[in-house]
Design a protein around this ligand. Sequence first.
Ligand code: TRP
Length: 365
Amino acid sequence: MAKIILTGDRPTGRLHIGHYVGSLRRRVELQNSGQYDKIFVMIADAQALTDNADNPGKVRQNISEVALDYLAAGLDPAKTTIFVQSYVPELTELSFYYMNLVTVQRLQRNPTVKSEIKMRGFSETEDGAEGKAGTPVGFFCYPISQAADITAFKATTVPVGEDQEPMIEQTREIVRKFNGTYAPVLVEPEILLPDNAACLRLPGTDGKAKMSKSLGNCIYLADDAETVKAKVKGMYTDPLHLQVSDPGHIEGNTVFTYLDAFCRDEHFEKFADCFVGRKASFSFKNLDEVKAQYRAGGLGDMMVKNFLAAVLEDTLGPIRERRAQYAQDIPAVMEMLRKGSDEARKVAAATLADVKHAMAIDYFG
Ligand code: TRP
């Protein structure tokens, strides 16, 4: 069976380093591994509209922003089909048929939907009674549309963050139900989670569980070097580490979580200067040694933060430069998306034809 990847992002803002370590970096590795027959990366504008119906302008503006983030991170349109969800209307049609295979009760139990409804204030009570805004039906059904996204491309592998696990489970259920009810034409996908715990869910710079635009605790791929440095300087560390000589804690210390996600052994030689100070100097070979010293006391937050800033810049600098280059020709970026969408549409149309045939609703041959 062909190995096929599909994944995507909602274009509600520029992508940040949480997206990068949680999925983008992996996608680029998978793309370059040569182990996959087809890779599709989708800008999920229709899904973004399910909770932004009043703000299509924001979604529109972020189509090119997200595309720039993709290209800057190293996705290559020659190897990966990058496309826009709403330009593949077959996905909407598939969703409509899948809606009959899922119950309202099952959707209500979907943990991601549940917590997102709560987060957005759509319902104010545990039992889901209508809140200030109420839950848009389209939003409530987005797991079904996500199943359409995945199955339309017969994806075997979906690289996403762990918050998307319930979506993949819901997709697998729909596939089993469809194949059992009609004919085995759909493929059950596997989730591919980040392999490093720090990357599963990168906390915000303030130490809060999630990096998110609404919390204002993000480092963006488009941030300039000075901005990144300032954000690192202001980062949450260990509130008990008051004096440099105090023993420090690694657990829940965001600076170390970011180092877990970004730092490689080569960085210790490259940025050895960061650990040379007026009062104390250290020579570390790897992150474990830094952690041991921090725990023992004597290693100050500023030194570790300077090192983190250098490590981040080592990854983000080249991404930022590529982003600026692509940003000089937005029409070319849009043309790339149009081509990708045409290509994606052909694949989705073939699956839709299979689906209609399996359901015996292909009345006219
Ligand atoms: N729900 C995903 C997110 O919020 C975006 C998405 C839409 C997606 N369709 C998908 C991800 C299909 C993987 C597969 O980021």
